[in-house]
Design a binder for this molecule. Structure first.
Ligand code: C2G
Length: 719
């Protein structure tokens, strides 16, 4: 007979349930019973599970509940079916490491339980238990009364079935979300000795893919969970008279209040208004605990709350916000400018004639903001223009705009004062877009790679899928207008950016006006070539690849490993061609072109890629949106997709069929690339129809008037 039962209950977990079941199948030690409860799912998860266990050589107790009745009920039902010495719970969106069951069974030793840690989602999971890292201790409930309460969850604890059944321990079905403590607290009363594992991962939380759907407890809106948390707290302290346990639970509750009503939270007012009732109730009961070692203003807020004086409490909460910023200002620290801005930014300070421009987060003077600015500068020189740069001294701009440094006092003044914000990438969320300001987001490319909310998982340093999407949503919800280059993009922006059509200006890209207006201007084109010091009489090929989400040094700094074979290209093409190497703006490593100076030119720091399109006879790219802009010129393109497998399936996924819809040859081999490039004219002929089709779909909206459209719109809305 098996020693352990694992209980999985699920409700509409289609995105995670297979990974969860896989983690069970992958247990090296299969000596356990499995009880699965479908808690009235209405999505495909039940079918997914059934399909998956079809090929699993194990007897499974699969229970279907007709209606969804909540975690507590589903688990209580499952408990009726346990026939083993121990039982543990695995959440349907979590996973167990393949060594867990084996390890637990070797350590539990007949004791009253085993408590193992819960880890966050990670890509880098160890494959075995590292003896030098893991720590196992045998403890008594008397001396360690709070071990079972760790992390607010019953998951990843081995409970002894005899204790559960003898004392009829069950989850409190009156609680909605935080039901686990009710079970654990009753169980703890009968525990003497138990094992506890520290310092090594055995159980992983699943990744949150969709932070807006709210299926995952840890990620749910505070507004929706706080009241239940308070109810669960009161339920819990009634279940115990152990002072240490009460102290532990109370400390958790205190933290929940302190963090949940922090004055710097963006939705603090909403939280206060919605949660007044449970907040006052719990504060009344914990008043002295809350005030024990807190600062004076916090204590005052608590005091007001305990007296039901909500308006006064709110006032003090705001005072705490103000005092934080005043402290930054008085201490003269690096947040000083931002704090001043947060305190003094007012609608009355907005000036209708001021426009602030920023491109790629202040990196340079480029892209659509530059073209809109130059149009306005020519036609409306009387307005106030401001450009934001990370390094203002390194950027030369035309016209009379003021240059300001990101993060400086002048930077915050600019965003506070300008009625119009024009930028091509996300702006930091600490900038307050006020009601009487207009934020025009030009964005920076027709999407090929999946974007924002359309990405299932986000693998970028310094963020999680959930945080990335939440922040993105906060950003796009303050865009008044988004520029779209074509119908295809407009449709994508609806799901990726939550942008409705009313807020989308489907007018083509300002940065592409020059491609329409000057593609035949030989003099202009020759001048660009001269400025770049290119050898005369040679044809020009540009290589402009994109970046890889998973190749980075740190947040915002990505690496690129040049996979084209310069030596071979020079040998094959050097007499006739030069090659421009253009790295994406996120790439931070320098190219080493030693020995290729006459053939390869690094144009990564040349601000305006549109000018480079104009002088290039052909383009090599991979998955970059440069293909759509270059498509306007109907010149040959080659797609050097050496890592297509990884990029399409693993990293992002595409919006279109990469293999069939591109206006040029897809090449994965460095030598084949040189061969293809030798026959540019043939290639052009071969892809004639596809180039036309591509142009129709993605480029035909471009009429060379987009800068004018936006510039005039802005001018007409100034005073
Ligand atoms: N770019 C460039 N040089 C490169 C690659 C890109 O100057 N080697 C510029 C182009 O203007 C391009 C823009 O940066 O259109 C965006 O680059 P992508 O490679 O498409 O990548 P990304 O920044 O991830 O934007 O909707 C578009 C997507 O958001 C992609």
């Amino acid at each position: 007979m098996n020693k352990l039962s694992i209980i999985i209950t699920f409700y509409n977990n289609k995105d995670h349930i297979l990974d969860c079941i896989e983690s069970i199948k992958s247990q090296r030690n299969q000596n356990f019973d499995l009880i699965i409860v479908d808690d009235g799912s209405t999505d495909s998860s039940a079918n997914l599970v059934k399909e998956s266990i079809n090929t699993y050589d194990k007897h499974i107790n699969f229970i279907t509940l007709e209606n969804n009745s909540g975690h507590a009920h589903a688990r209580n039902i499952a408990l009726e079916h346990v026939n083993t010495q121990y039982v543990m719970f695995l959440d349907a969106d979590d996973q167990l490491a393949s060594y867990s069951v084996e390890y637990y069974l070797s350590k539990v030793n007949g004791f009253d339980g085993l408590v193992a840690p819960i880890h966050k989602f990670t890509m880098n999971k160890p494959q075995y238990v590292n003896k030098d890292k893991v720590r196992v201790e045998y403890l008594t409930q008397n001396s360690n009364p709070n071990s079972f309460l760790r992390k607010n969850t019953v998951c990843n604890i081995l409970f002894k079935n005899a204790i559960i059944q003898a004392h009829n321990i069950r989850f409190n079905e009156n609680l909605k979300i935080y039901t686990d403590a009710s079970f654990v607290l009753d169980y703890m009363k009968y525990v003497e000795r138990f094992a506890r594992i520290f310092d090594f991962p055995f159980y992983y939380r699943g990744e949150v893919y969709d932070p807006f759907e709210g299926n995952t407890l840890t990620d749910q809106e505070f507004i929706l969970t706080f009241e239940d948390y308070v109810n669960s707290y009161f339920d819990s302290i009634e279940r115990t008279d152990n002072k240490k346990v009460i102290h532990f639970l109370t400390n958790k509750m205190k933290k929940e209040i302190k963090n949940g009503f922090d004055p710097s939270l963006k939705d603090i007012e909403l939280r206060y208004n919605t949660l007044e009732k449970p907040l006052v109730k719990v504060v009344k009961s914990l008043k002295w605990d809350l005030m024990k070692d807190s600062k004076i203003l916090y204590n005052l807020e608590i005091l007001f709350l305990s007296m039901n004086a909500i308006e006064n409490a709110k006032y003090v909460n705001n005072l705490r916000y103000v005092s934080r910023h005043v402290k930054n200002i008085l201490q003269n620290n690096k947040l000083k400018n931002r704090s001043k801005y947060q305190l003094f930014d007012k609608e009355e300070g907005v000036d209708s004639n001021t426009i602030v421009f920023e491109s790629f987060g202040g990196k340079n003077y480029s892209d659509s903001p530059k073209y809109i600015y130059e149009y306005m500068q020519r036609n409306y020189p009387q307005l106030n223009y401001i450009w934001v740069f990370a390094k203002p001294e390194q950027n030369v701009i035309i016209g009379n705009a003021e240059k300001v440094k990101k993060g400086s006092k002048e930077y915050y003044d600019a965003y506070s004062k300008a009625k119009f914000w024009v930028t091509n990438a996300r702006l930091p969320l600490y900038l307050n877009k006020k009601e009487n300001q207009i934020y025009i987001q030009t964005w920076h490319g027709t999407p090929l790679k999946r974007l924002a909310n359309d990405m299932k998982v986000v693998r970028m340093p310094g963020t999680t899928t959930s945080n990335y999407k939440k922040n993105f949503y906060a950003e796009t919800s303050r865009w008044d207008y988004l520029v779209s280059p074509n119908r295809y993009s407009t449709n994508i922006f609806k799901t990726a950016f939550w942008m409705d059509e009313e807020r989308t200006m489907e007018i083509g890209y300002p940065r592409n006006d020059v491609l329409v207006n000057r593609s035949n201007d030989q003099e202009y084109i020759e001048q660009i070539k001269k400025d770049l010091n290119l050898p005369e009489g040679k044809k020009i090929i540009m290589y402009a690849p994109t970046w890889r989400d998973d190749e980075f040094v740190k947040k915002g700094k990505y690496l690129f490993d040049l996979k084209i074979n310069l030596e071979n290209l020079q040998k094959e093409l050097g007499d006739e061609y030069v090659i421009l190497l253009r790295m994406h703006y996120l790439i931070s490593n320098a190219l080493d072109l030693n020995g290729y100076e006459d053939f390869a030119i690094d144009v990564s720091n040349y601000n305006d890629i549109s000018e480079l399109y104009l002088i290039s006879d052909a383009l090599i790219t991979d998955y970059s949106s440069v293909m759509f802009d270059f498509g306007i010129l109907k010149k040959p393109q080659f797609f050097f997709a050496y890592d297509i497998e990884k990029y399409d399936k693993g990293l992002r996924g595409f919006y279109m069929n990469y293999m069939t819809d591109l206006p040029g040859e897809i090449i994965t081999d460095e030598f084949k690339l040189a061969e293809e490039l030798k026959n540019i004219d043939e290639h052009k002929e071969k892809y004639k129809d596809k180039i036309e089709k591509f142009y129709e779909k993605f480029c035909s909206l471009e009429k060379g008037e987009s800068s004018k459209y936006i510039g005039d719109y802005i001018f007409n809305n100034t005073k």
